[in-house]
Design a protein around this ligand. Structure first.
Ligand SMILES: Nc1ncnc2c1ncn2[C@@H]1O[C@H](COP(=O)(O)OP(=O)(O)OP(=O)(O)O)[C@@H](O)[C@H]1O
Ligand SMILES: [Mg+2]
Length: 265
């Protein structure tokens, strides 16, 4: 996809071992590295643990699906990866940046260019049209010349099949249309990492499959790294790896498979 062209191609081999500098080879940073991550929300009188020692390595150019029961902490995990929730303990490195050690100001300027987030409940500002919603991350981060932004936003809406909604407010759109606008917005700054929370949850099977095909193509052709919380069998099928959240932990292969580590040039 031309809008995402120019992103650095994923470098291989990438694994926990080769990602550490000083091993003699060319260190290839992971897209994500989590070690011993704990998170708890303040509850009535006591903290309720949600993440309880999460370890994870994700290589650049991977498509990781995260599944698990309602309330198991999947959205919390994505918010931690986006630097929107701070962890109690543990290390969270995203694109080589230590989020656990960054200030709020550093996190907020980092986030604008480095990560796209599709929230479970869209979070589209209600007074902005679909087009303005997609332009928002560009305006905020100052990416692209101002006059190019509406055209780029419209191109993304077209890719997502909702160009005809460009002038509408979120309340005037269906849930599935809002969801696709939210995906377009998350892609607005061509982020190397996309975190998507059930992005097909409100789509019919045809629109859902089209969106999954688009995202899988961005992973395959443009080196996008994608972490997707999903209940969608089609997403699991397209993912390079599926992890399950249970009891505050991630279960499954916690390092990139060799095909991903060595498959990209
Ligand atoms: N802001 C919050 N304050 C307090 N508790 C919270 C907060 N957000 C989530 N929780 C609790 O943390 C746990 C994990 O929530 P989370 O939203 O991460 O689950 P999930 O796996 O995404 O669930 P679902 O599949 O229903 O979206 C739940 O028990 C939830 O009640
Ligand atoms: Mg959730």
């Amino acid at each position: 996809m031309s809008t995402l062209a120019g992103r650095a191609a994923p470098t291989g081999p990438v694994s926990a071992a080769t990602a550490s500098p000083g091993d003699g080879g060319q260190p290839a940073p992971l897209a994500l590295r989590l070690r011993g991550v704990h998170h708890a929300y303040a509850g009535a009188g006591r903290d309720v643990p949600v993440l309880d020692g999460v370890d994870l390595d994700v290589a650049r150019g991977e498509f990781v699906a995260v599944v698990g029961a309602s309330g198991s902490g999947k959205s919390t995990l994505l918010h931690v990866l986006a630097g929107l929730e701070r962890t109690g303990h543990g290390e969270v490195e995203v694109g080589g940046r230590a989020l656990h050690a960054a200030s709020e100001a550093e996190l907020s300027s980092w986030r604008g260019r480095s990560v796209g987030v599709v929230f479970q409940f869209f979070q589209l500002p209600p007074t902005l049209t679909a087009l303005e919603n997609v332009m928002l991350p560009m305006d905020y981060a100052g990416t692209r010349p101002r006059l190019d932004r509406p055209r780029h936003a419209l191109r993304l809406l077209e890719r997502l099949g909702v160009a005809e909604q460009a002038g509408k407010l979120p309340a005037q759109m269906s849930g599935g249309q809002q969801q696709r606008v939210a995906v377009a917005r998350a892609l607005a700054n061509d982020p190397p990492l996309l975190l998507a929370d059930e992005p097909t949850g409100n789509l019919d099977s045809t629109s859902g499959a089209a969106l999954l095909d688009l995202l899988a193509a961005l992973v395959r052709d443009d080196g996008l790294t994608l972490v997707m919380v999903t209940h969608d069998a089609g997403a699991v099928q397209r993912a390079t790896r599926t992890l399950r959240m249970a009891d505050g932990r991630l279960l499954g292969p916690l390092q990139a498979p060799a095909t991903v580590r060595h498959g990209h040039a």
